[in-house]
Design a protein around this ligand. Sequence first.
Ligand code: PEP
Ligand code: MG
Length: 602
Amino acid sequence: MKKGVPVSPGVAVARAFCVDEVLARREAAHLEVAAVTGEIQRFEDAVSAAAGELDAIVERVAGQLGEEEAAIFRAHRLLLRDPALVGKVKSIILHRQVDAGTALHDTLEEYTALFARIPDEYLQERMADIRDVIGRILAQLALRDRPPVLPTTEPVILVAPEILPSQALSLMARPSRCKSPECPGKEPAPASMQVAGIITEAGGATGHAAILARSLGIPAVSGMRGILREVRTGDLIALDGREGHVYLNPGPEVEAAYRKLQREYVALCDSLIENRDLEPVTRDGERIELLANVNSPADAAMAVRAGASGVGLYRTEYLFLTHPTVPCEDEQLSAYREVIEAAPNHRVTIRTLDLGGDKQVPYFGHQREANPFMGWRSIRLSTAYPDFFRTQLRAILRASRFGQVSLLFPMVSTLEEVHRLKRMVQRTRRELQREGEVLARPIPLGVMLEVPAAALCVNDLLGEVDFVSIGSNDLIQYLMAADRDNPKVAHLCEPFSPALMRLLSQILKTCNARNKPVTLCGEMAGRPRCFLPLFGMGLRRLSMSPAFVPSMKEMIHRLTVEVGREVAERVVQMSTVGEIRGYLTRKVKQLWPDVSLLDMTR
Ligand code: PEP
Ligand code: MG
């Protein structure tokens, strides 16, 4: 048995499917003489497609961000047609009679060796551009190849070095976790891929790949360094996303035990989906608002099926991460409108772009930062490109008339930032009105509490905004100085931290005293053990992956204000993670004995 970081609950037993990175070298294909011309043509077609892709990027980036930002893509465009580079690849295909992918890899290796001998640092950095351009051609070749054929039509467990946010959406089909036709997460899977579980070498419990796995209801374990050296496609794997346990080629007894757990897990999810029409009200009549976190219109539809009453967090960056170039204002408008129209009660809190960190798009350039999560990301990046950001604000304001829309700014650190953001919204609003645009009434503005400085000064921020939303994933990482994506410090990225509990208690007290709406939209929101003390501290609005709404309704039905208050009072007195976790585990189990199947044990 191997142990990683548990990141998405559930149990799966299935065959492994190892995901190669696009740049990973495959075995060379040796060609017959007659096939060489065709292979050169295939290479040329891939180059033309990559050039078309770069042309579109240059046009969009120059238009939306400026000529300076587009310069790097113009340089890549030139490099793509560089006679030395293209000539070398063709010559390798011709003389060694190998496939274009192998020729590109050989070329990349030759350049890497050559550049390593150059003492000039600036020239050495140009190697990154060559790698980028070769990667783009390889990606085009991969697109042209047939998609990977799985050894079986059964669901698989993906095993990958890491899953980037940009890959995740296209890679993962909706799982068939529950058999009920109404189950959130029950979507027809693409013919080629049904994902029963995910194992990654990198990543932590609140990294974006983990969040996506949870939102799709796929059990997952991260931080399994070196697993790809041990597992081969087709191996049997038993995976426990609650404990972070992985068994490679388990014996018959372990396999049978995990298959039984998997059946129990599926049966429990099936029964919980019956909760979707229940009101989220505690035993003594206290109402909790259950909202959903979404990335797309499909997720918003899933939120309806799960029984959420609105969308509490629409992460708009996925539109940008999956777009071939840069979405223009009208494309953004129609994407936002689609989400609003699909959402429960057409009620959506739209968060402005939260790029940077592990969510990179090429058009901001490859910024080398020592600490990307503490650097130029999120609202800092958006406001550094005012025209680009204005386009997003215009699209959101225009979309707001299609429902009840609120606007949420991520990663705010200071009051000055809030003043600036409000001025930007007002200016954009006036501009649209001058153009004759029909707008909804001024929409509520809110900020995310993710930076401890903002959390501590929440009282000041509340004077300027209509609501706040606690982004506990980032708040934990900044409070604990522990990267949420780094498995080595996963033990510190802890929702049961005494420091976090005390900080959350203060935030909730301040917001409730001022009668300002406060939502919790980090991953804690979907975990019954985390909700119990927060309910006692006064939290009444949660936003979570739609897949968790039915289980949170079940939890809420078993609670009373009295129990919550008692738990909250005890938890803020505790001084270790172990004490808090142990106490909450026992307490929730008393209220709901089956809950351990649905949550991570950590
Ligand atoms: C958070 O940080 O808790 C949050 C909801 O935002 P994200 O996970 O997208 O960073
Ligand atoms: Mg965040």
